[in-house]
Design a protein around this ligand. Structure first.
Ligand SMILES: C[S@@+](CC[C@H](N)C(=O)[O-])C[C@H]1O[C@@H](n2cnc3c(N)ncnc32)[C@H](O)[C@@H]1O
Length: 215
């Protein structure tokens, strides 16, 4: 599952796509802070799976929480380190998490789950389930097929393909699922219960906020 192209994506801040920082800080970052604060208990250990630079998560209130970040890109981890948000940063693959069973009170990610094909998703969700404690919660900010950034990426990739270029907005392909029915079915197959999905005007429905619990 390792895709080293993410390292070039996170190469340098001045190479980020236009508006990426604004989107992370002022759009999705607000949503992440709101839902993580509401669904995570005020104390415990929480992991972001595919943390990137961490910029989308910096506004989650700390309270008595300890935050761990995991990513497979070293460049992402170096940038996340500079943010000062995480107590620990770990290099690893979401599909084979380097943690014991029941290590975390909660997990979250943003813009990561759409990079897994249907046959990869349930094993990935099972792995997340494994590292959560009983009653642990996972909050996924899961891009939708109808979101504006999704569609901008599709136009960008298509125009490049037509002109003979292999350039894509994001390094790995993306797969979109029917927000409620398909995603909750994947989560239930992995063992999760009580799948709740929200959409928000704040990010113009770019992300489904998918909340699941290990019970
Ligand atoms: C679109 S970026 C989103 C990053 C960050 N969450 C944000 O909002 O800016 C996807 C991230 O997932 C990471 N990633 C992709 N596949 C992964 C895997 N199998 N294991 C760990 N990280 C992965 C990439 O390195 C990248 O940092």
């Amino acid at each position: 599952m390792t895709d080293t192209n993410w390292d070039s994506y996170w190469q340098a801040e001045d190479k980020d796509p236009p508006f990426a920082s604004f989107y992370r800080s002022h759009v999705v970052g607000k949503l992440v802070a709101k839902y993580c604060d509401a669904y995570f208990p005020p104390a415990g250990k929480f992991i972001e799976l595919g943390c990137g630079s961490g910029e989308s998560s910096l506004q989650i209130p700390e309270r008595d929480r300890v935050f761990v970040g995991l990513d497979l890109s070293q460049n992402a981890l170096s940038r996340a380190q500079k943010s000062g948000f995480y107590s620990e940063l770990v290099s690893g693959d979401i599909g084979a998490l380097p943690f014991d069973d029941e290590s975390f009170d909660g997990a979250w990610n943003i813009g990561v789950m759409e990079h897994f094909k249907a046959d990869e998703l349930v094993p990935v969700l099972r792995e997340i389930y494994r590292v959560l404690k009983q009653n642990g919660v996972a909050v996924f900010f899961w891009p939708t097929w109808f979101g504006p950034i999704t569609n901008a990426a599709l136009v960008y990739d298509t125009l490049h393909a037509i002109s003979g270029s292999k350039k894509t907005m994001f390094p790995k392909g993306y797969v979109f699922y029917w927000v409620k029915g398909q995603i909750s079915a994947f989560a239930e197959k992995a063992g999760f219960k009580n799948c709740v999905v929200y959409l928000s005007t704040r990010d113009l429905f770019q992300n489904a906020v998918v909340i699941v619990r290990k019970m």
